[in-house]
Write a protein that binds this ligand. Structure first.
Ligand code: CIR
Length: 254
């Protein structure tokens, strides 16, 4: 059974990092309810949860994806690009130590897990404000012994690579072509988000079911037409902190 590490939203989430969105009040009850629903959907899809407590000193701690890159053989603890987020790795590292050997991205390199997309043994790593070239090189060096190839991909106008592209089925990715060059993903099949829903590319594939955000019905229709099995959930409160589906879990195993 796959395992997912999740972490409760911080009571200080209103002080989260923001890059593209204006600051809006975040309703702590609404964000907790959406996060619980997210966790319940993972459980319903056959995932066992390892739930970490939120931290009042770490406003973005719910977005655990950014703190590690996990493959079957290893977990690489990141060094998040935003200094306010670097304290998030300790609790996740302690949790992962029970499941995988550990490696670490070291200073001055930076890497956010949201910039890392794995499709089989191919790893795409976004070059963004959060992830540096040497962060990607360190990731490549840690994973090369296990047969993974890491390709750096320039990303424009969004926070992370996985804001622009995620895997939606075995050989298929969902992309916003305005934010990332689709050529990088050949020979994978590329589906595009509906042009009116630029942020719809972040989806979460769990046990062959695709979890999508209910805010993007047109893209969901495209995915359904492509024959994919989808579950839509409301992520609107988490989205005020520029978080989406992949950000809220670290999946161990497929
Ligand atoms: C941040 O800016 O770091 C958070 N407010 C949002 C992080 C979202 N994480 C992700 O996409 N992997």
């Amino acid at each position: 059974m796959p395992i997912a590490i999740t972490r409760a939203p911080s009571p200080a989430m209103s002080r989260c990092e923001l890059t593209h969105l204006p600051r809006q009040a975040i309703d702590p009850d609404a964000v907790r309810a959406q996060h619980r629903r997210y966790e319940r959907v993972l459980t319903e899809l056959g995932v066992e949860l390892v739930r970490l407590p939120g931290d009042p000193d770490l406003p973005d701690c719910v977005f655990v994806e950014d703190t590690a890159v996990v493959v079957d053989e290893l977990a690489v603890i990141t060094r998040p690009g935003a200094p306010s987020r670097r304290g998030e790795t300790a609790a996740v590292e302690a949790a992962l130590a029970g499941y995988r050997p550990l490696a670490r991205i070291t200073a001055p390199a930076t890497l956010d897990g949201g910039d890392v997309l794995r499709v089989g043994r191919r790893i795409f790593a976004g070059l963004t404000q959060r992830t540096s070239r040497d962060g990607i090189d360190q990731l490549g060096a840690a994973l090369a012994p296990f047969g993974y190839s890491v390709t750096a991909v320039p990303v424009d106008r969004c926070l992370h690579l996985k804001s622009a592209v995620t895997q939606v089925a075995g050989g298929t990715v969902l992309v916003n072509p305005d934010w990332v060059e689709t050529g990088a993903f050949a020979p994978l099949e590329v589906l595009a988000v509906d042009p009116t829903e630029p942020a719809a590319a972040n989806t979460l594939l769990v046990n062959r079911v695709l979890v999508v955000a209910s805010a993007y019905p047109r893209t969901a229709e495209r995915l359904q037409r492509a024959g994919l099995d989808i579950v839509a959930i409301d992520m609107s409160e988490l989205a005020k902190a520029e978080g989406a589906l992949t950000c809220c879990s670290l999946l161990l195993g497929d």
